[in-house]
Write a protein that binds this ligand. Structure first.
Ligand SMILES: [Zn+2]
Length: 202
């Protein structure tokens, strides 16, 4: 999402929202709140399925942008590039003409996430096809594709903060049984732990 994200995933948010997330993590309540709000993991497991998913959103909202040549999950994105998603346009000479090859990569941890979080990062990277900066029109475009964009980004960042603090992944599918992880077996929602978020500016 950002080439060099600060270690604090909630930097830029109002202090009371950051505090409420930190408090929920410390009290062991954030996991329950997130699972209550987002009980299910999505089932877009392969790069092919991800490509079709991204193309579908692009076709609905960004028809005039150049086609994507590649969309993939990348498990090294977070460690090597410190990014949740990347978008690249590589110029390649093809038959005497320069052809831009557009790629979107999504960090591997999004494989085991709720569909809303995947949609948020996809919308973010798709918006970069038109706006390279995180400016006002960029976020307008994000909200056009996903009206709940800001809330999802905040909740995602709360989840990443929780993981950073040593929390267990909430939507991981256990490889042995193929069954869903704890995501579908938790108790009642505790939504109070998540505040409404305000838009990030730029
Ligand atoms: Zn970005």
């Amino acid at each position: 999402m950002r080439p060099n994200p600060p270690p604090n995933y909630l930097a830029g948010y109002p202090a009371h929202l950051v505090d409420s997330v930190r408090h929920a993590i410390a009290q062991g309540k954030l996991a329950g709140a997130l699972l209550g709000k987002y009980p299910q993991a999505h089932d877009i497991r392969t790069d092919r399925a991800l490509y079709e998913y991204v193309q579908d959103i692009r076709n609905r909202h960004l028809k005039n942008t150049a086609a994507l040549s590649k969309v993939a999950y990348d498990s090294k994105l977070q460690t090597l590039q410190k990014a949740l998603g990347t978008h690249t346009a590589i110029g390649r000479v093809q038959g005497g003409r320069i052809k831009a090859k557009r790629e979107i990569r999504i960090a591997g941890l999004f494989r085991d996430m709720p569909g809303d979080f995947l949609r948020m990062i996809v919308v973010h990277e798709l918006a970069h096809l038109k706006e390279s900066e995180h400016n006002k029109s960029f976020y307008q475009l994000c909200r056009h594709m996903g009206p709940d964009y800001f809330q999802l980004e905040f909740d995602l960042r709360a989840y990443l903060s929780y993981l950073d603090a040593g929390g267990e992944a909430l939507w991981a599918i256990s490889p042995a049984s193929g069954q869903d992880g704890p995501g579908n077996a938790k108790g009642p929602p505790e939504q109070a732990a998540l505040g409404r978020c305000k838009p990030l500016s730029g």
